[in-house]
Ligand binder design. Structure first.
Ligand SMILES: Cc1ncc(COP(=O)(O)O)c(C=O)c1O
Length: 494
């Protein structure tokens, strides 16, 4: 890619000129171009943010029948990322994943997906009525981290369906994973296309891919059909703003647009949309070198950390099935010090004010990005050095070794599809009494953030033991009707 001269920002420019007008404003939002903005909020973010918080105006365009600046901004994004069409999203990658699955899978059709997919893919099963065919990921035991899905796992799932006389309506793959592990999407997309099956990629963590020789190739450049990226996670747009890209012609573009209209607010924030335009322009200015500094800092940090006794650094050699690993994800293992991820995090947070992205059972994941500075990387490295010096000398690793605790995926029986279980009547039972019942809600402890029970699956003793074990170790169960997990919702009337 060559640097683009005269990078344009159609939506940012249109919002700027619209806000500069002396308009007699009789439209939403109610703060009236900042005139009635609450003082506590202007104290936080300034009045300027309100002045530019505009709505669907003729000069800005409309997200749901794009014309003018919104259309131009989406076209610029499509050019940079290499899609045939790009949709800007204000409901995060969550709504992009839901739209991608709803537009490819009708009720009763089969979706092949990893069992540890993000919760948005599970809610898409409820919305679409699709029947899941799960791929169970391999786990790398001493990291307790799920590996990326391989082409042979996808091929096996397609073949198993064929043996039952069925065909998948779509394949859904998460690549990279939260830990930055990538799948071989080139082979997976060829495999899917040879069966005329569209490939959807959850690239929430990979919007930066392809913009440096050391970064993995993007899903778009490996033949995927629908790709969803959290621009806000790894590039620099505002939280909640994401992009959905399309390539090829297997997927019905109008159907995707219809699904997005169904799922998203009718009052999209133009600040969020403009931030997508700006984040794209920021990369367009220097697509080949914009990540130089961040990658150099990540390389340096890994080089030093690897030399510290008792500290492990996740590298591609740990996951031979992954053709690439995101160099900007830094996952550090503490098990040789006898520390769990949360024990190490507590020390690094309290003593060094280092805030991580993800806490695992045996590791912590840090994200480096365009805003990462050398001083912060030094602080992280220093904190880990001191932590290793203290804990390496006072504890015998074997004594405090943390057990592998990934979910018992070999124990899954789906008694109802997620949609039917979601809408079925429910009752609350004590956790031990739920054994043998059909789960009525999604139970996903953090860490490790993998759904252990999906609505419609039979609760087993092994699953209950696992849930009680991880919660006793401090895992939180967000979103369950009883976050303490003394009870859960199961399907069926009293
Ligand atoms: C793998 C994965 N997919 C999808 C999402 C949803 O992304 P968003 O927060 O942009 O809705 C997340 C969020 O953490 C994620 O980790």
């Amino acid at each position: 890619m060559t640097p683009q001269k005269n990078v344009v920002e159609p939506l940012v420019s249109a919002i700027k000129s619209s806000a500069q007008k002396n308009a007699a404003s009789f439209h939403f939002p109610g703060h009236n171009r900042g005139n009635a903005a609450p003082a506590s909020m202007t104290g936080l973010i300034g009045r300027t943010a309100f002045v530019h918080d505009l709505t669907v105006l003729h000069e800005l365009g409309n997200l749901f029948c794009p014309y003018g600046p919104i259309l131009e901004a989406q076209v610029e994004a499509a050019k940079l990322f290499g899609s045939s069409h790009t949709w800007f999203l204000v409901g995060g990658t969550t709504c992009g994943i839901q739209a991608a699955i709803m537009s490819t899978c009708s009720p009763g059709q089969v979706l092949i997906l990893p069992r540890n997919s993000h919760i948005s893919a599970i809610s898409a099963l409820v919305l679409s009525g699709a029947v899941p065919k799960y791929i169970i990921p391999h786990f790398l035991d001493h990291w307790d981290v799920a590996a990326a899905i391989t082409p042979s796992q996808v091929s096996k799932a397609i073949q198993e369906l064929e043996m039952e006389g069925k065909k998948a309506a779509a394949v859904f793959i998460t690549s990279p994973t939260y830990h930055g592990l990538c799948s071989d999407l080139t082979t997976i997309s060829e495999l899917c296309h040879s069966h005329k099956i569209p490939l959807i990629v959850d690239e929430a963590h990979g919007a930066h891919f392809g913009f440096h020789s050391k970064l993995p190739k993007s899903a778009l450049h490996q033949g995927a059909d629908l790709i969803v990226q959290s621009t806000h996670k790894v590039l620099c747009s505002l939280t909640q703003s994401s992009m959905l890209h399309m390539s090829g012609n297997i997927v019905d573009k109008d159907k995707v647009s219809r699904c997005l209209r169904t799922l998203q607010t009718t009052s999209p924030s133009f600040l969020l949309l403009a931030s997508l335009d700006a984040a794209r322009a920021q990369i367009s200015e220097n697509p080949d070198s914009v990540f130089n500094r961040a990658i150099a800092l990540a390389d340096e940090a890994k080089r030093v950390l690897k030399q510290i006794p008792g500290i492990s650094v996740l590298e591609s050699s740990s996951f031979p099935a992954s053709p690439a690993v995101d160099p900007l994800r830094l996952t550090v293992g503490f098990w040789n010090l006898g520390l769990s991820g949360s024990e190490a995090d507590e020390i690094l947070y309290k003593d060094y004010e280092v805030i991580c992205e993800l806490i695992g059972n045996r590791s912590i994941t840090y994200v480096l990005n365009l805003g990462t500075c050398r001083e912060h990387v030094h602080r992280l490295v220093l904190g880990i050095k001191r932590l290793a010096a203290t804990h390496g000398s006072i504890s015998k690793p074997e004594k405090k070794m943390v057990n592998n605790v990934h979910a018992p995926f070999d124990d899954i029986t789906m008694s109802m599809i997620p949609r039917d279980a979601f809408f079925a009547s429910k009752r609350k039972v004590a956790i031990r009494e739920s054994i043998g019942e059909v789960a009525g809600e999604l139970i996903c402890p953090y860490p490790p953030g993998v759904p252990v029970l999906i609505p419609g699956e039979v609760v087993t003793e092994k699953i209950v033991d696992y849930l009680l074990h991880v919660t006793s170790k401090g895992a939180e169960v967000n979103g369950a009707s009883d976050s303490s997990l003394s009870s859960i919702l199961v399907c069926g009337k009293l």
